[in-house]
Design a protein around this ligand. Structure first.
Ligand code: ARG
Length: 458
């Protein structure tokens, strides 16, 4: 049992208590951030004359040695230490002797862990942003290739109006672009350094907090020491943003699972991203899409877990807050894995353009356009809606599409129909005439794609 305290105790900590209290099994993940924070702290202490330059350099060297040895595997982070902070400090003292005991001057584990967690979240936001950008790049590429790939658009999972694959995927581009925006917003709000807040009330040493903050690439130092050690808003914000990413991925997965069925056959997931069945030889299952959909639950769980942990905590630091780490680490790793795998699945997936187009043609997706045709000839929309409804019923009886219904049948119900109805309700017309900004017509989509490309190049 290696711990940083004990002077005022007369008994050893109970073994079970020690284990229950310890966080090394999971906060070892923070070793890089912990050392980086200590390096900045010690540099500031030396600049302020709180340590001599000589002491500062020896501590700095010791810390760099620890980092190197952990990275190259010669110094394993073992469970005999209470937490990552104790591990680093104990090793430092082993290495450089008593001068190592000066590292923690003007610092508490409370502001130290607040800093470590901020540095970690900040690093991960960068990685998550990169993965989101990669996914957006893949989506944009598929969009470029499918400006004229017709497919049915759905409401209530019932065929509604025809659109294009590019347009359908564009909806996901918007979602993941907003997700990136959320990453950016969180970064902007959280990027202030808590180090120097001490246990809760600052310190009497003449620290230069703004200097430490600048060494660690923060915009500045935080303004209230109690909030600095007890703020976990940025973790909650990240978990909320990650929950939204998972919700988007999950919806996309659900569509892919449906599109990949024998009944739809809109897409075929690549063999490399599918799995088989142990009993049914014919099976090729969309397990990756299902697992991504399934993992959404644990990310939502992490958000609920931390919100509940923080609820009702009095100021300032409370040990409850150690419970921020496992759910946050798990959620971040889960989302990173899901984004990478989903992107791989999407970029290797085959889209069956012929099947999509045929499906768009046989579900009366052009009924609105047929009604609009009558409106163009002076029939009030509500009457037109009724007339086309009756024509659809007739087609269902005759088992044919509106395109295949003879002109006499049209004219029996409404004499204003002429030969040009067929042109007016063709797939091409239905889609390409939708040219309002944000609509699926290729002419409307081209400037939008241009904007997407410019955004990705930024
Ligand atoms: N392991 C602790 C955490 O993650 C570090 C801070 C400990 N501070 C304390 N006063 N016990 O929150």
């Amino acid at each position: 049992m290696a711990q940083l305290w004990g002077g005022r105790f007369t008994k050893e900590t109970d073994r079970l208590v020690y284990n229950f209290n310890a966080s090394i099994t999971f906060d070892r993940k923070l070793y890089r951030q912990d050392i980086r924070g200590s390096l900045a702290h010690v540099k500031m202490l030396a600049k302020q004359g709180i340590l001599t330059q000589e002491e500062g350099s020896r501590i700095e060297e010791g810390l760099k040695g620890i980092l190197e040895d952990v990275e190259n595997g010669t110094l394993p982070i073992t469970e005999e230490y209470e937490d990552i902070h104790s591990f680093v400090e104990a090793n430092l003292i082993d290495r450089i002797g008593d001068v190592g005991k000066k590292l923690h001057t003007g610092r508490s584990r409370n502001d130290q862990v607040a800093l470590d967690m901020k540095l970690y979240v900040r690093d991960e936001i960068g990685e998550l942003d990169g993965l989101l950008k990669k996914l957006l790049t893949t989506i944009e590429k598929i969009m470029e290739e499918n400006l004229h790939t017709y497919m049915p658009g759905f409401t209530h999972l019932q065929k509604a109006q025809p659109l294009t694959l590019a347009h359908h995927l564009g909806a996901y581009f918007e979602m993941f672009r907003r997700d990136r925006g959320r990453m950016h917003d969180i970064y902007e709000r959280m990027n202030y350094c808590p180090l120097g807040a001490g246990a809760l009330a600052g310190t009497t040493y003449p620290l230069d907090r703004e200097y430490t903050a600048s060494l660690l690439d923060f915009y500045g130092a935080t303004r209230n020491s109690m909030d600095s050690v007890s703020d976990r808003d940025y973790v909650i914000e990240l978990l909320a943003a990650l929950s939204t990413v998972m919700m988007h991925l999950s919806r996309f997965c659900e569509e892919i699972i449906v599109w990949n069925t024998n009944e739809y056959r809109f897409v075929e997931i690549d063999d490399a991203y599918s799995t088989g069945s142990s009993i049914m030889p014919q099976k090729k299952n969309p397990d990756i899409a299902e697992l991504v959909r399934g993992k959404t639950g644990r990310v939502y769980g992490a958000l609920m877990s931390l919100l509940t942990t923080m609820k009702g905590l009095p100021l300032a630091y409370n040990k409850d807050m150690q419970e921020d780490k496992e759910p946050a680490f798990d959620a971040i790793d889960t989302v990173k894995g899901c984004l990478a795998l989903f992107e791989g699945m999407l970029s290797t997936m085959k889209f069956r353009k012929d099947v999509m187009e045929a499906s768009a043609k046989n579900g009366f997706t052009n009924a609105t356009d047929a009604a609009d045709y009558l409106v163009g000839k002076g029939v009030p929309f509500r009457d037109a809606h009724g007339i086309i409804g009756r024509l659809v019923l007739l087609c269902i009886e005759k088992n044919c599409s509106l395109d295949a219904l003879p002109l006499e049948e049209y004219q029996k119900l409404c004499p204003v129909f002429e030969k040009d109805i067929y042109e007016a309700i063709s797939m091409k017309t239905c889609v390409e005439k939708r040219m309002t900004l944000g609509a699926p017509g290729a002419e409307a989509m081209k400037p939008v794609l241009e904007e997407y490309r410019a955004y990705l190049e930024k």
